[in-house]
Design a protein around this ligand. Structure first.
Ligand SMILES: Nc1ncnc2c1ncn2[C@@H]1O[C@H](COP(=O)(O)OP(=O)(O)OP(=O)(O)O)[C@@H](O)[C@H]1O
Length: 359
């Protein structure tokens, strides 16, 4: 889905470094325990790019999304949005920043207020950004544009959400997210509540909007075939950490981390020649984030685990454009060709991974 323009080639919109979020959860009579929902997250998103965010339930995807929306206060690390730290902003500048990051939610039935019309839902954000569309005529014109952009009719503005199908409701959610002209939209399972045929229409719409507007997406999904289809790069999360980042093709075809290899071995591939011979079935349950394993958090389920994995968290590995892998943490911005995977024993290819453990 990536686009580039001559005026803003490769502009990094979002840069996250070492982001941490700990919840304090009640634990019997003994008080509270720490739950590290985000434990040193690094990622970046370029203009017009779609970054996929995948990982098992409970790995921290929603907490990351909520923190990027400033709905959660991080307790470590930095977030830079166009070089600016949104958590340091106050008053007017904070309000101006808020319009630049928006979210589309999974369930188009639950996320829209049934007592409002589609037009009211889409234009509601104007109330807190009065300067953008100061007159009734400007607001009306913008609403018309937004309805057109998402493939709805001007007459749809007066209908209530119940009068629309699931796909149309998601279009309303997308129009609302677009209403203030954001640079980044976090799409949290945007099509998983929809029928397959409708999913394709909404994904095409998102693609068209990106081409037209240059907006960036963070696309959170459990559906790996959709992720493969719509993303430019993928970040894989496990127990509060991103354990691998790479171009979508690299991550799907030659994962560096055993966890990624297991996830990808289960993903459908169009070309049977690319399919791993055996699906990797992970042994054991996902550990509780209240009591994560020492060292590498994946070691309790990893078929490559060695004694060192229980004492040491692996160094990150950098995969250069020519495919060479070296040890070390890239200190500043992660350029397109640097791919990070945290593992002492990276798998070399999906084929090798397929042979490692069989179902
Ligand atoms: N407000 C909270 N208070 C305490 N713990 C929380 C809170 N929000 C999330 N958690 C915990 O943080 C961890 C990460 O949760 P999160 O919802 O971010 O995961 P997820 O990957 O989005 O899961 P899913 O795919 O099921 O939505 C989980 O262990 C969850 O129980």
């Amino acid at each position: 889905m990536s686009i580039e323009t001559q005026t803003e080639p490769e502009r990094t919109v979002l840069e996250v470094q070492d982001l941490a979020k700990t919840f304090h959860v009640a634990s019997g009579s003994s008080g509270t325990r720490e739950l590290k929902a985000l434990d040193g997250i690094n990622l970046s998103v370029k203009r017009g790019e779609t970054l996929g965010l995948v990982g098992e339930s409970g790995c921290g995807k929603s907490t990351l999304a909520r923190t990027l929306m400033m709905l959660e206060q991080p307790d470590g690390g930095t977030v830079r949005f166009d070089g600016q730290d949104p958590f340091a902003l106050r008053g007017k500048s904070l309000r101006a920043w808020r319009r630049r990051v928006q979210m589309v939610f999974q369930d188009p039935f639950a996320s829209l207020n049934a007592r409002m019309t589609a037009g009211q839902i889409i234009t509601e954000p104007f109330a807190t950004h009065k300067d953008l569309y100061p007159t009734a005529a400007a607001r009306k014109q913008r609403l018309k544009e937004l309805l057109e952009l998402v493939g709805l009719r001007a007459t749809d503005a007066d209908k209530s959400p119940q009068e629309f199908s699931g796909g149309q409701r998601q279009r309303i959610g997308i129009a609302r997210a677009l209403s203030l002209g954001p640079d980044l939209i976090i799409l949290d399972e945007p099509v998983s509540a929809l029928d397959l045929s409708v999913q394709a229409q909404v994904l095409n719409l998102l693609n068209d909007l990106q081409q037209q507007l240059g907006v960036s997406y963070i696309f959170i999904s459990h559906d790996l075939s959709v992720v493969r289809h719509v993303t430019d790069r993928v970040a894989v999360m496990y127990l509060g950490r991103i354990i691998e980042t790479g171009s979508t093709e690299q991550v799907f075809e030659s994962p560096l981390h055993p966890y990624t290899a297991s996830l990808m071995s289960a993903s459908p591939k169009l070309d049977p020649a690319l399919r791993p011979k055996n699906r990797i079935v992970l042994q054991g349950e996902l550990p509780s984030p209240l009591d994560p394993p020492s060292g590498c958090r994946f070691r309790t389920r990893c078929w490559k685990a060695q004694p060192i994995c229980s004492v040491e968290r692996p160094d990150s590995r950098v995969r250069a454009a020519d495919g060479t892998i070296s040890l070390g943490m890239p200190s500043v911005s992660r350029s397109e060709e640097q791919q990070i995977a945290e593992c002492h024993f990276p798998v070399q290819s999906a084929a090798e991974a397929g042979l490692a453990v069989s179902a």
